[in-house]
Ligand binder design. Structure first.
Ligand SMILES: Nc1ncnc2c1ncn2[C@@H]1O[C@H](COP(=O)(O)OP(=O)(O)OP(=O)(O)O)[C@@H](O)[C@H]1O
Ligand SMILES: [Mg+2]
Length: 328
């Protein structure tokens, strides 16, 4: 049966209670956010622009002062022992912020020095991290000459130099193409498999779906849904497809009980149907009506749909909580 989320008695990697942040501008960026991220988890924080994701991450990594609430990192209270909590965290900010005129090896070793790691040890770690990031061949080149994807992997390698137990990434793959993203996913999975808890924010919902076991959706400063990816996705019982049609759609579309059909344009049929509905039945009815389907595609990513529903006006009632999924 399902094991407990953590080894007996061990605290969550991150525990946030009733976190509030009001900026000087009076913007209420966080309105009492609570969440737990279990040790070993790969956790996604999703939310639209301005939801409060970076504010939350900023508070956890001590870049932003909180207005109220409590943050614990592996049980260590941020307010009473900030330095100890900070030693457990590695942060990959959204913007690339290393010196482009330094070499990757120097960037990593200097960063480690900043955290009091002796140079000899730093050199060993730097080689390990650069190899893991597939950047070892670039170790002594000017960072400016790295590709966009390499620069991002270098940011992750740098954060890993302190051997953080919790790695936090703020939109690590924003604006990078799918190939680079997949390469980064590989690196992040390796890091997680080696025991580091990972939290990331992302706008790429497929990214969360592909990488993360648990997630929280934040909207306008409040958590609107949280729990295992699987349970949240299971709540989506409706699926949408776009069917490309040979020739033109008839003016009168056939009726299929339980499904909603509409014409997206003359050649494209939009269909919404319960997940459990048999697609063969749909095709049979369409065939009888003389509609020949050339190809079909899913209308939206399922997580995308979930996201839209959870952050929709009538969904923001905070009732979406489900029990967290145990992590390995
Ligand atoms: N330094 C700041 N001073 C004043 N307001 C801020 C500051 N930083 C963020 N905000 C405001 O707080 C709210 C939350 O912003 P935040 O950056 O946390 O959102 P986000 O979820 O990270 O958005 P995005 O997806 O666009 O990065 C927004 O209304 C934003 O304008
Ligand atoms: Mg942000």
């Amino acid at each position: 049966m399902t094991p407990p989320p953590d080894p007996a008695g061990s605290p969550p990697a991150l525990s946030v209670r009733d976190l509030r942040k009001t900026y000087d501008t009076k913007v209420e960026a966080l309105k009492g956010v609570s969440l737990d991220v279990a040790q070993g988890d790969f956790f996604a924080l999703l939310g639209p622009n301005g939801a409060g994701k970076s504010t939350l991450i900023g508070i956890v990594s001590s870049l932003v002062n909180l207005s109220g609430g409590e943050v614990r990192v592996f049980g260590t209270d941020l307010a009473s022992d900030r330095a100890a909590a900070m030693r457990l965290i590695g942060l990959v900010p959204q913007e690339i912020n290393f010196n482009m005129f330094e070499k990757p090896l120097d960037i990593l070793v200097n960063y480690a020095g900043f955290y009091g790691i002796p140079r000899e040890e730093a050199l060993v770690r730097a080689e390990q991290e650069l190899r893991r990031a597939h950047l070892w061949e670039k170790a002594r080149m000017m960072s400016r000459t790295l590709s966009g994807g390499m620069k991002r992997r270098l940011m992750i390698a740098r954060a890993m130099m302190t051997r953080p137990r919790l790695l936090i990434l703020d939109e690590p793959t924003a604006g990078v193409d799918i190939e680079i993203r997949r390469g980064m996913w590989h690196t992040l999975r390796e890091i997680n498999a080696a025991g580091t808890t990972i939290i990331l924010t992302t706008h790429y919902l497929e990214e969360a779906e592909s990488l993360c076991r648990n997630l929280a959706i934040i909207d306008r400063g409040s958590i609107v849904a949280a729990g295992p990816m699987k349970s949240l996705l299971a709540r989506l019982d409706v699926e949408g497809f776009l069917l490309d049609i040979d020739g033109q759609l008839p003016a009168r579309l056939p009726a299929i009980e339980g499904a909603t059909l509409s014409a997206a344009d003359d050649h494209t049929l939009d269909i919404e149907m319960p997940r459990a509905m048999d697609l063969n039945r749909v095709f049979a009815v369409l065939g009888e009506a003389g509609i020949r389907v050339r190809s079909m595609r899913t209308k939206s990513n399922r997580l995308e749909e979930l996201f839209v529903r959870m952050t929709g006006d009538n969904a923001a009632d905070g009732t979406a909580q489900v029990a967290p999924e145990p992590t390995a």
